[in-house]
Design a protein around this ligand. Structure first.
Ligand code: PLP
Length: 412
């Protein structure tokens, strides 16, 4: 089965019906939600799982022996196991946290800060989200390490020659997005991590925009760290995870201290718990992560290959329709690309476009998308971004393009 026929074997209208938000109208028009790269919409099963937890099972995890306490712990740890299976890793190597930002900071402070010294370097790419730039700048400031940047081609493809040339002996860590949140570019992370490993460079892959849209096998990628966020993959906000190799977790000191991450505390010193708990101090987002477990059940039942195929079909349609709009500038046309289109219309400001599109019921993001260095590369302050997911429809694409033509007319 090729990608297109795989997508056809699912009733996508029925799938869309699983998302209550699409029952509402915005400014008197049916909602067209093209902002899934920002946060994804939630299916009923996720909403009901969170609701059921608070109604029937609410208790803290790992602390109480009473029935509700064990139910909560079982559901929370069960979610970790399901999430681990979804990305093909061992649950003991999967730290649950509030999302990619926390996950990358954890690596920055627990892994990099104690290791890096003056003369060392951290290698990043031009297309990184600020969450994969700023933590490294903070670490660089404190250790005397420097930041190096691998460039991209104008079509938004990562320049692999520039990347590999930048993998010099002083580089200790490479941080790279699996999929760009602005350009949609899908980076060949498996090949990149192999090249880095050959040179003794640790790798952190930011999987925020990959997991919601394609099958991801973290073990097969061969990275050292993989960070992701739950709210972009049908899960609740404030959820996500960091996967790290066992040997790193054993060697890394805890990021934050408190309850749950210890075996024994004396005023003379503390014996820490084993991973993953060593890195999960305090009461976690219990309901959220149980909801994330329901989200991966939902995505797993659809099949990520089907999701990828469906979104490829939607992207092809959107590209076809946009080709008829005069004065449209698209940022990011890499061959391997997720269903994200950043664009500008000649003579119109991105925020004006997004505001007028909202009046038509269309939700797109406008701004710098937490990617200032990328905006600088293209010489713009902001773009509009239409980012799709499997629950969008061909009809919505046609309505979006009609709305865009109308808005362009108003701004001309
Ligand atoms: N990395 C990428 C590529 C993203 O798109 C985002 C969110 O937009 C993040 C990191 C940050 O994720 P969060 O805000 O959930 O921590």
């Amino acid at each position: 089965m090729n990608r297109m026929t795989a997508a056809k074997s699912i009733d996508w209208d029925a799938v869309r019906g699983d998302f209550p938000v699409f029952e509402r109208q915005v400014n008197g028009k049916p909602l067209i939600y093209f902002d899934s790269a920002n946060t994804g919409q939630k299916p009923r099963s996720v909403i009901e799982t969170v609701d059921d937890f608070y109604r029937r099972h609410n208790a803290n995890v790992s602390r109480a022996v009473h029935t509700l306490g064990s139910e909560a712990t079982e559901a929370y740890e069960g979610a970790r196991k399901r999430l681990a299976r979804f990305v093909n890793v061992h649950p003991d190597e999967l730290l649950l946290c509030s999302g990619t930002t926390f996950a990358i900071n954890l690596v920055a402070y627990s892994w990099a800060l104690p290791r890096l010294k003056p003369g060392d370097a951290i290698l990043l790419t031009r297309m990184e989200h600020h969450a994969n730039i700023v933590p490294w700048q903070l670490v660089a400031e404190r250790t005397g390490a420097t930041i190096k940047v691998a460039e991209i081609a104008p079509d938004g493809t990562l320049d692999l020659a520039s990347l590999y040339a930048a993998m010099t002996p002083e580089v200790k860590l490479l941080g790279v997005a699996h999929v760009s949140n602005v350009l949609g570019t899908v980076n060949p992370v498996r090949e990149i991590c192999r090249e880095a490993r050959r040179r003794g460079i640790a790798t952190l892959v930011d999987g925020s925009q990959a997991l919601p849209h394609r099958p991801v096998d973290i073990a097969a990628i061969g990275c050292d760290f993989y960070a992701f966020t739950g709210h972009k993959m049908c899960g609740p906000t404030g959820t996500g995870a960091l996967w790290a190799r066992k040997e790193h977790l054993a060697a890394m000191p805890p990021f934050i201290g408190g309850g749950e991450m210890i075996k024994e505390v004396r005023f003379e010193g503390t014996v820490f718990n084993d991973a993953p708990h060593k890195f999960e101090a305090g009461t976690p987002n219990i309901a959220g992560h149980i909801g994330l477990g329901a989200a991966v059940d939902y995505l797993g039942a659809l099949g990520m290959a089907q999701v990828e195929a469906r979104e490829a079909e939607l992207l092809a349609h959107l590209n076809e329709e946009l080709a008829h709009i005069d004065g449209l500038r698209v940022f990011g046309t890499a061959k391997e690309k997720a269903a994200v289109i950043s664009f500008l219309v000649e003579g119109a400001h991105a925020h004006d476009l997004a505001t007028l599109l909202d009046l038509e019921g269309v939700a797109v993001r406008s701004g710098h998308h937490c990617a200032h260095p990328l905006m600088r590369f293209y010489g713009v302050a902001a773009t509009c971004r239409a980012s799709l997911a499997f629950y969008n429809t061909h009809h919505e694409i046609e309505r979006f393009v009609a709305a865009l033509k109308k808005v362009r007319g108003l701004l001309a």
